[in-house]
Design a protein around this ligand. Structure first.
Ligand code: ADP
Length: 249
């Protein structure tokens, strides 16, 4: 490796390590802010509603900041190669059950139907890193809920892969929604850090545009691939295709 390439690699590593350390340090004061504002929002208010409301605002602002910091920490850990895999046997039906339990309250709040199906010919157990896979599927589900209107429907489907990488990645888990959809020209864009399908999205729906960049990196750590199909005003399908076992060599 020539000197310039080595310098660049060092600079990149320092940047990632700096980001990882900084995000870590920011979380500690933020957590105490969250804890205190949460308890302040519940104490008996002298001027009814006022203090509680202000404390709730501090709590909400702190929570968004914490989400952003966690996302940056994840991305920088991935970049610095600090992510380690924790491989275990995963049972598909319990995974789907846990995900539905987690998202049912948010779906109920928008009166969205949240269902799941497992194709009879799909594999029902495989080994992977459950925490990382869950993080990807949680991102798909929270986007599906965010971008689907009231009374819509979302389903988590498990099916065998029929695409050309079917031997390498036989398992496909998809989150299908009938929400706003994504314009074809923007589908590639949504995986870039801080990018959203349209510039106005963040104002209308919130979010940082980091979730899918992280999901893409985590998926490739799992030996997987993400496939997106979407039609504007009809809905989107985000699928993760996975191997039965991760080749760690
Ligand atoms: P965030 O949701 O925080 O903006 P993501 O990286 O998870 O960040 O998503 C990036 C963008 O992709 C979103 O802002 C949205 O424009 C688009 N997107 C993701 N999922 C969906 C979906 N299910 N339906 C429509 N648009 C979506």
């Amino acid at each position: 490796m020539n000197q310039r390439a080595k310098d660049l690699e060092d600079a990149n590593r320092y940047k990632s390590e700096f980001l990882a350390n900084m995000s870590h340090e920011l979380r500690t004061p933020l957590n105490s802010m969250l804890l205190l504002s949460s308890s302040l929002s519940k104490v008996k208010d002298i001027e009814p509603g006022k203090l509680n409301k202000q404390a709730s605002t501090i709590y909400d602002a702190g929570s968004s900041l914490l989400n952003l910091i966690n996302d940056i920490l994840d991305l920088s850990k991935i970049e610095a190669n600090l992510m380690t895999l924790n491989i275990e046997e995963i049972n598909i039906s319990s995974l789907l059950y846990e995900l539905k339990e987690l998202f049912m309250p948010q779906a109920d709040a928008k009166n969205i139907r949240l269902g799941s199906t497992i194709d009879a010919s799909a594999l029902i157990a495989f080994s992977s890193d459950k925490t990382k896979l869950t993080q990807v599927l949680r991102n798909f589900l929270s986007n599906a809920i965010k971008f689907t209107g009231n009374n819509g429907s979302i389903s988590i489907e498990v099916a065998p892969n029929t695409e050309e990488d079917k031997n390498l990645r036989p398992i496909v888990i998809s989150v299908i929604d009938n929400g706003i959809g994504i314009e074809e020209k923007n589908i590639g864009l949504v995986f870039e850090a801080f990018k959203q399908a349209d510039g106005g999205t963040s104002r209308q729906y919130g979010g940082t545009g980091l979730g899918l960049s992280i999901s893409k990196e985590l998926t490739s750590l799992l030996g997987g691939r993400i496939v997106v199909k979407s039609i504007v005003s009809e809905g989107s399908t985000f699928s993760i295709c996975l191997p039965i076992e991760i080749d760690t060599n």
